[in-house]
Structure formats: C-alpha cells, structure tokens
Design a protein around this ligand. Structure first.
Ligand SMILES: C[S@@+](CC[C@H](N)C(=O)[O-])C[C@H]1O[C@@H](n2cnc3c(N)ncnc32)[C@H](O)[C@@H]1O
Length: 647
C-alpha cells in the first residue's frame, strides 16, 4: 500500500516504502510477512544465497549445477516479481579486490544475479557500495552489463556522507575516504553517464551540510535507505527522525525518491503495540513504516499551479519563436490565463498607470491624450491592461495595437468590436519593424520576452519600433537582463544525450526545473535598454562570468546552466523569473536550460569560468557558450549551427 496521500495530493503522486530483508529461499513467505502483514510496498531482497561463490563450485560439473537463487521464478507471478521485489546483489562482491579469485567470483556472480533479475522482470537491482579506493573494474563490469539492459535499472548503493562530516560511521571510513558524492560521480562517469544507472543513498544518523546535501537533488536518487539506527525516540517511545532528517526525507518525497527501511528494530515499543487488533504479531519494523508514512502525509499539499505543472517538471521544450512563427490560439490562451503578468500590482497595468501619470500631470488629464502603442499585441491582453490603467488614472488614451500574426489580428478585431473600443483602439496588421506609423507614440508597450529575456528577439523588434516613439517617449519594458547559474541536472543531461547528436547539446530548452541542484547564485549576463537611440548601439553581446561554489559544498558536476530574466517594466515595477526576485504566482515563463556537451566537475576554491555570446547575423540571432575553467569545454553552437532564432 502506498504511503497514503500528501495533504490533498492525488493518488498518482503516491510514494512507496520498501524494506531491506535477508536472503530467503521462500520468497512467497517473505512477501507475505513484509507486504501483506508488514504493510511495506516491496522488499529489497538478496537474489542469491550469500554463501555462494562460483569458485567453490568448480569441479562439480557445470551441467548439474543449479544457482542458489531465491526460489524458482514460478513461485511468484511476473507482475509480483516486478512490483514487489527489488533485487539486492550480493554485498560480498568486490570487483576491485587485489585477490584475483574474489575478483573473478565477484564478476561472475554479479553477471549471474543481473541475468536472473532480468529473467524475473524485476524493475531494479541494488548494487553494493564499491569497496576500497578504486571502482574502475566494478564500473567496467557494470557498464558492460548496462549495454545489454533494456528495462532493469541499477541502483548503486552509496552512503550519504562527506569526508569532513564522516565521524563515527566506521563503515564509511572503511569504505571511502572521500566525499561519497565523488564516489558516485566517478562510478557514473566511468559508466558513461548511463541513464539506467541511478543511486540509492544510505541515510546515516549524521548528515552532511545542507549545501552538500543539496547536490543530490540534481542526481537521480531512486531510493533513500534509512537504517533503524538513524531514528531517534519520541516521548512515547516510538521512532522518529531529527528535524534535518525529516527535511531531507520530505525533499526526497518531492523528488519521487522511494524510502527503504533497513536494519533490526532498535526501539522497545510499549507492549500493546506488539500485536494488532486481531491479535496477530505486528511486523517488527511497522512503527518505522508508520512514521515514514506520517512524514509523507503531513507534507503540505502542492499549490494549485504546481499541481497543474507537475507534468512539465524536467520536461525539455523547444523555445518559442514568436517572430519567425505565428503562435497558436492555445499558446495565447496559456499566456492570457496569467493574470499576475497583466493586472496585479506588480506588473503591466501598474507600469502603464505610473507612466501615464508621469507623462500627463493631473491638471492636464482632461486635455491631453496619450498615444500608446502595444507592439506585438497578440490577442489583446496588454491593450486591455493599458485601457484599465487609463481608467484607473483618469487619463485619456489613444491606442494602436500592432500585431504581425494575421490569426491573432482576427481575434483583436473581434475584441475591439465586442468591447466597444472602436473609437480608441486602432489595429495595425503589420510587423512593427516595417510599419510606417502616421504619428509617434508617447508610450510603447510590449511583451516580447523569452525565458532568457532577449531570446525571442525583443531587442531587434523594439529597435525597429522605436522609430515611431517620441524622443522623450517611454518604453515598457524599459530594460531586461538575462541571468544564468550552473546546475547539476542529471535527468536533463540524460534526456539531451538520449538524442545521440550534437545539435541537441547545442540547443537551449525551456524547462520547468525540478530535479536540479543550483550550485551557485545566478549572475547577470546581457542587458538591453529601450529606447536606445545611440548610433553605436548593436545587439551583439559577450560576457565572461566566474562562479564560486560554496566552500562546504564539496565537488559538483555541472551539466549546464539554468537561465532566467528580470525586466524593469517602468521605474520600480519589475517582472521576472530570476529565483531570488521572481514575480510571485506568475507562470508564463519556465526557466531555460543551456546544456554542456561534456559535464564539468568543479571544486570549491577553483572557480567555474563561463562565457556567453549573443551573436547576430543578417537573418538570425544565436547564442554560443563555453566553459574555460577548471576544464575547457568545446565551444557550443558555433555560427548558430544547431540553434538560432530567425529574424
Ligand atoms: C509573447 S507574445 C505576447 C502577446 C501579448 N502581448 C500577450 O501578452 O499575451 C508576442 C506577440 O508579439 C508578436 N510579435 C512578435 N514580433 C513581432 C513584430 N516584429 N511585429 C509585430 N508583432 C510581433 C507575436 O506574433 C506575438 O503575438
């Protein structure tokens, strides 16, 4: 049974909890005890008798040998194997041992166990933590296996520690001297970043720093294995977790990571809880499961908008090209539902109202008419916001709605008729760069911004439109700035890599970032200001940036850059998606993601040096980007060969 419901969350967002068990050759009983009686969703169970060593079978005649696996495949239906059992590869295996017999036994056993798991249609197998300091041979062997897998996922078991915080965990000290993230990182890089390889974290009683933990949110962590030793005891004698552990587990739930309870019960519960109401014996780990379920159920329900956007999380989308292409009705519809952008105190209506008041003093309000042009009017929401601002401020307005999409112009005409705006609003069906206006505007209102600010060619369009702005006229927005920050984003990287071509690595994507670790605060990249009457102005840009990772973070892998924008609409009225200043409750823009062809490992103390170019040709605009330090990457998107925005 899943862990109940998170607040008012839908069933589809259920989370599951498994239990780590010892080897049993009676799998039906194992399932009956842990699932039917115990209430767990699945078992994490060894597939092979732990005393098995291939070398001990030598000379016994291979034709009579039967692998000491956990019973015949027939003891469970395929669907039960698949949904109730995660295979645990023998923990004794050591593929990097100096002892050749052990090494060879390990390799043989690993391959046999994975073959058996595949035969059973299991969804996943847990690989034991690498032993010793090297994991090259283990990774080589796993990589070979990965090439042949289609559905089975492999979870590498890694303790959640970082060297400087690993104090009393004897196990960890024996296994690794380094940050366990580095162990995971080496292993997955040796395995060519295969998407069928993920990580299962052993959660200990001591946790690394927040920044160090944050890195895991950008990794594909499939399971968090919590040992019973990590639980504290509450006033009633029941298991509970520290506040930091609770926060971590909530973070895992939010990232679809499953929880597995492991170990012997270490809490002496009050006598009455040993059996249930029917008098049957309770599962010894039931109180741990109940506590994990309680943690999930007490999570705040997702806000409405987050729920709607669940399906977009970490889903790569090609950015819109509203200049070159004509947007569809559905796209306009989505924009128009974002009332924050147009109406609320912070946004367009407020900006226009302020500009109108600055332009026309109160005493002239009944005489002067302000000429306002909405350039790129779409289906009219900025026309409406501007007219509302005029009404709010008692200013007289004459509006031109300029739009190059003939389909949106149809809607504009209907809107004007429906609202009775014929005497106030003139519709111009034309590209703003080529329109010969009969008069000049006091205020130019536009929303031509992409997730990265200038990436939908607002600069080029507004440069064209400013011909018909009075010399002292106002542009709303008056400026916009793009921002980037380095991120670990394993899922996004693997999704880009799945296309197996260069072009996808040289394309920025619009994406609702979720499973990403933001490694350093974002920094500004390009700024554009409007109007810009300087004769020397051009829209090419180059920016070099240096990011320093927090000193307690440990090393990280940069898969690319999250991009955002912030825009000054007018004076103190801004609108944007840069995380620290983002306009609340606005959903028109997801961030953008610039991938790196080869992820770059960065360490605190050695800055990440990044270069971004905005390049302009006669028919297109494009970005190029690269990293020069700590290790250089190839230049991305040279000459806009893979991605460009058409003029
Ligand atoms: C991002 S949409 C915004 C539409 C509308 N203002 C809104 O907020 O819903 C940009 C609009 O500008 C139009 N557009 C883009 N470039 C243009 C140009 N050069 N001349 C006229 N319209 C343009 C597009 O067709 C599209 O309707």
């Amino acid at each position: 049974m899943p862990l109940g419901e998170r607040g008012g969350w839908e069933r589809s967002e259920s989370r599951y909890c498994g239990v780590e068990t010892d080897f049993s050759d009676d799998v039906p009983s194992l399932l009956s005890f842990n699932i039917s009686t115990g209430g767990f969703d699945y078992v994490l169970a060894p597939l092979m008798n732990p005393s098995y060593r291939p070398s001990l079978m030598e000379g016994k005649g291979s034709e009579t040998q039967v692998l000491p696996v956990s019973g015949s495949d027939l003891v469970l239906a395929p669907s039960q194997w698949s949904s109730h059992v995660v295979g645990k590869v023998s923990s004794w295996i050591d593929l990097d041992s100096e002892d050749e017999v052990l090494r060879m036994d390990s390799e043989t056993t690993l391959k046999q166990e994975i073959a058996w798991a595949t035969h059973l249609s299991l969804q996943a197998c847990l690989l034991p933590t690498p032993k010793g300091t090297s994991c090259a041979n283990y990774a080589r062997c796993v990589n070979q296996i990965l090439q042949g897998l289609t559905t089975l996922q492999l979870w590498l078991r890694v303790p959640l520690v970082k060297s400087d915080d690993a104090t009393s965990e004897g196990l960890v000290r024996r296994l690794i001297n380094t940050d366990s993230w580095e162990l995971w990182n080496s292993f997955r890089l040796l395995c060519e970043h295969d998407s069928k390889l993920s990580v299962a974290l052993d959660v200990m009683s001591t946790l690394p720093s927040e920044t160090s933990l944050g890195r895991w949110m950008g990794e594909s962590v499939r399971a968090a294995i919590i040992s019973t030793d990590s639980f504290l005891t509450n006033a009633r004698g029941y298991p509970c977790l520290s506040k930091r552990h609770q926060k971590l587990i909530a973070g895992f739930f939010d990232h679809a990571t499953q929880v597995v309870v492991s170990g012997k019960p270490v809490h002496n519960l009050p006598k009455a809880s040993d059996s249930n109401t029917e008098g049957t014996q309770r599962h010894p780990l039931r109180s741990y499961l109940d506590y994990v379920a309680y943690l999930f159920q007490k999570m705040e329900p997702l806000p409405e908008q987050e729920r709607i956007e669940l399906g977009y999380r970490d889903f790569l989308q090609a950015p819109l090209q509203p200049l070159m292409d004509n947007l569809e009705a559905q796209t306009y519809e989505t924009f128009e539902r974002d009332s924050t952008k147009y109406i609320q105190v912070c946004c367009y209506q407020r900006a226009v109202a302020k500009a109108l008041v600055d332009r026309v003093p109160d005493e002239k309000a009944s005489e002067l008419t302000t000429v306002l042009m909405v350039v790129g009017a779409g289906r009219g929401p900025l026309v409406r916001a501007s007219l509302q601002a005029a009404e709010e401020t008692n200013r007289k307005l004459k509006v031109y709605a300029v739009e190059k999409n003939p389909n949106a112009v149809v809607t504009l005409h209907n809107l004007v008729k429906l609202e009775g705006w014929e005497g106030i609003v003139t519709i111009i069906s034309c590209d703003m760069r080529f329109w010969n206006a009969s008069e000049k505007a006091d205020i130019l209102v536009s929303e031509l911004l992409g997730s990265f600010g200038d990436n939908e060619l607002s600069p080029e369009c507004l440069d064209g439109a400013q011909r018909f702005l009075k010399p002292d006229g106002i542009s709303i927005p008056s400026s916009y700035t793009s921002f980037i920050q380095p991120v670990t984003a394993t899922k996004l990287y693997n999704d880009v890599k799945a296309h197996k071509d260069l072009a996808h690595f040289e394309t920025p994507y619009v994406v609702k970032l979720h499973s990403v670790a933001r490694l350093a605060p974002s920094q500004s990249v390009f700024t554009f200001t409007h109007p810009n009457f300087s004769t020397k102005a051009n829209n090419q840009r180059y920016k070099k940036l240096q990011f320093n990772l927090p000193s307690d973070a440990g090393s990280s892998l940069v898969h690319g850059f999250a991009g955002y924008f912030d825009s000054v609409l007018y004076k103190d009225v801004h609108l944007g998606i840069e995380p620290t200043t983002a306009t609340p409750n606005m959903f028109s823009w997801f961030p953008i993601f610039f991938p790196l062809r080869k992820p770059v490992e960065v360490h605190p103390g050695s800055p990440l040096e990044v270069h971004f170019w905005r390049c302009c040709g006669s028919s297109k605009v494009w970005y190029e980007w690269s990293v020069s330090s700590p290790t250089p990457t190839p230049m991305h998107n040279t000459n806009g060969r893979s991605y460009w925005v058409g003029l």
